[in-house]
Design a protein around this ligand. Structure first.
Ligand code: GCB
Length: 593
């Protein structure tokens, strides 16, 4: 799916700003047909934003159900003869959209875009009413899964099985954009770098005449270095400048179909797993960086350009070369920026929380179903939602050079019966959609190397490890031995597969100090991360380290969280904890090596 853009053939208009907004129980507004008129008792709500922290009210923060949004929509001058599309970059977790009294779109999944074609629906000079109902409920068949229960006082409560706050709303931009009627509707590029040359395979989907499509590849100076005619072509460069981690080079693919145009940044690079190493452009790559979250005060999960640029600057400062979009697809702007900055991305679906042991701890629920993979829990319906989530992720992000691996999910329990029947078809489907990128499914500590039934099908073993925190807490000496034995067992069981530690860390209260190893202190986090670095250096199969987490982030309330998850190397307002300096020394040294 192509991101809207402005060029000689296309226009864009963002509908971001202050919308009318009102909460309602699930289905209440539908039964009263709230799209037919102004919302009954609206309040102002910024878009994009999570609505949860905008008003200081528990009923808003912990709302379970629908959130209605409304604004005006007019056809911009000069768009009458164009194809006109309305696009939501993200509505969490699902949405229905009405133009005046007509339902024009519905979408499931909180972190990928969806569109409605409004061609010939908008009348010049008329003010149309745009109404959106966003629902935040998570159930067993949704991605991520969750459960809505009724509390003793009769109110609904959302139980989440994952460790981040269930922020909801219109999290990303809303666009109206125009294209010519014979539009370019999709574009796929696949690149290979074989120094000094490279290739760019292009496939264009257009409603117009495919034969008249003209492709030009421009270098950063705007000089055309390769061209071809037709909707499918290979562009070959005898001399190519590769896209490299920390040293991004972006060509521009200019597609001209006669009627329509599109300009796509293209990084020429190869990704492959070879001889147990993760190779970018044929050179072994070692991941340094973080599992992140889209999370900040007040705006919650909304995309914010200032925060993003600042976060990337902090990553550069600390020597990070990569991030994982834990635990859902991030805003496309993040991937575009990573493309430009040369930051390597592991791109993850929102499949997090398929694990009863963790769900019990995080949700406090004592009556969860006994069988994880069953009709009562993670079922064939969940698998269908998951499949669509994978399709939408790949459709959106396939052209980003920064994306070097797909992560199909985080920490599912793979021990119970039904796990391989659930996951293996997903791995195979994802591979068919994109055979060019390695595939992973992030492993949880409790599933050992012999129990992980999906690992044999994966290219890279991504392991989340909490030695020194959830196990051997406070005892770094024991943790060091356990971690090393653990990694060596994985290396022995799965030779030839690179291991990336995608999580390790310790909750840390800034300002807390201790001379002897003490959990929650800054000193403990610093020493725990340093200990992990020593172990990683001793296990040759380790191909990367991503600390959990970049910054402190909001979670549901509970007895294991103090004002959220505190494993950030930075605080939620992006101040460094003591561990930041230790990581910086290690990663800058690796960057130089
Ligand atoms: C994990 C999860 C992550 C949690 C983290 C923690 O294994 O993948 O979502 O936030 O542990 O801090 O417990």
């Amino acid at each position: 799916m192509l991101k809207p853009q402005r060029n000689a053939a296309r226009e864009t208009r963002k509908l971001d700003g202050i919308w009318q907004w009102q909460l309602a129980p699930t289905g209440h507004g539908q039964s009263q047909q709230w799209w037919n008129a102004a919302l009954p008792q609206p309040r102002p709500m910024p878009v994009p934003a999570s609505y949860n922290d905008i008003y200081p009210e528990q009923a808003v923060r912990d709302h379970v159900g629908d959130a209605w949004y409304q604004t005006d929509l007019t056809l911009p001058r000069g768009w009458q003869d164009q194809r006109v599309v309305l696009r939501f970059d993200a509505a969490t977790h699902r949405a229905s959209v009405w133009l005046d009294d007509t339902l024009i779109a519905s979408h499931e999944g909180g972190y990928t875009p969806f569109e409605a074609d409004l061609t010939d629906r908008l009348q010049a000079g008329r003010v149309h009413r745009l109404t959106v109902c966003v629902n935040n409920e998570l159930h067993w068949h949704t991605i991520p899964p969750g459960r809505v229960v009724r509390g003793p006082d009769g109110r609904l409560r959302q139980q989440v099985f994952h460790d981040f706050f269930n922020y909801a709303g219109l999290h990303r931009s809303v666009w109206l954009y125009s294209t010519p009627r014979q539009a370019i509707t999709d574009l796929t590029v696949r690149t290979e770098y074989q120094g000094p040359g490279g290739t760019v395979d292009v496939q264009v989907v257009t409603a117009g005449d495919a034969a008249s499509v003209r492709l030009q590849l421009l270098d950063e100076q705007g000089v055309c270095v390769a061209q071809a005619q037709g909707a499918q072509a290979r562009l070959t460069l005898a001399q190519a400048t590769p896209w490299q981690p920390g040293k991004a080079y972006l060509y521009t693919l200019q597609v001209d179909s006669g009627a329509d145009q599109y300009r796509l940044p293209v990084g020429i690079r190869s990704v492959a797993v070879r001889d147990g190493q993760f190779c970018i452009n044929g050179t072994p790559f070692y991941f340094t960086g973080f599992g992140m979250h889209e999370d900040s005060a007040i705006r919650g999960k909304a995309h914010d350009a200032a925060l993003m640029v600042h976060d990337f600057a902090l990553m550069d400062w600390i020597g990070a070369n990569s991030l994982r979009t834990s635990h859902y697809p991030y805003a496309e702007e993040v991937l575009e920026y990573a493309d430009r900055q040369g930051i390597v991305v592991i791109d993850e679906t929102a499949a997090v929380g398929m694990n009863m042991e963790i769900a019990r701890i995080l949700s406090g629920a004592r009556d969860l179903p006994e069988q994880l993979y069953s009709e009562a829990a993670i079922s064939a319906a969940t698998q269908q939602t998951h499949l669509r989530a994978i399709e939408e992720l790949i459709a959106r992000d396939k052209n980003h050079p920064c994306v070097v691996m797909w992560s199909l999910g985080n920490e599912p329990d793979l021990r119970p019966a039904g796990a391989s029947e659930y996951f293996l078809p997903l791995v195979r489907h994802a591979r068919a959609l994109d055979p060019t990128r390695p595939m992973t499914l992030v492993n949880v500590m409790m599933v050992g190397p012999d129990e992980d039934c999906v690992a044999p099908e994966l290219d890279v073993l991504c392991l989340n490890r909490y030695w020194g925190w959830y196990a051997e807490g406070g005892d770094l000496q024991a943790a060091e031995a356990m971690l090393e034995a653990d990694l060596r067992a994985w290396a022995a069981r799965h030779p030839g597969k690179p291991i990336v530690i995608t999580e390790y860390g310790a909750d840390t209260m800034p300002g807390q100090h201790s001379i002897v190893p003490s959990m929650w202190s800054e000193d403990y986090q610093r020493d725990l991360l340093a200990m992990h670095g020593r172990v990683f250096d001793r296990v040759p199969q380790v191909a990367g380290e991503q600390v959990w987490n970049f910054a402190d982030f909001a979670t549901a309330q509970g007895i294991v969280r103090v004002g959220g998850n505190r494993k950030g190397v930075f605080t939620r307002d992006r101040q460094p904890k003591a561990a930041a300096q230790v990581l910086r020394q290690r990663w800058l040294a690796k960057r130089k090596a």
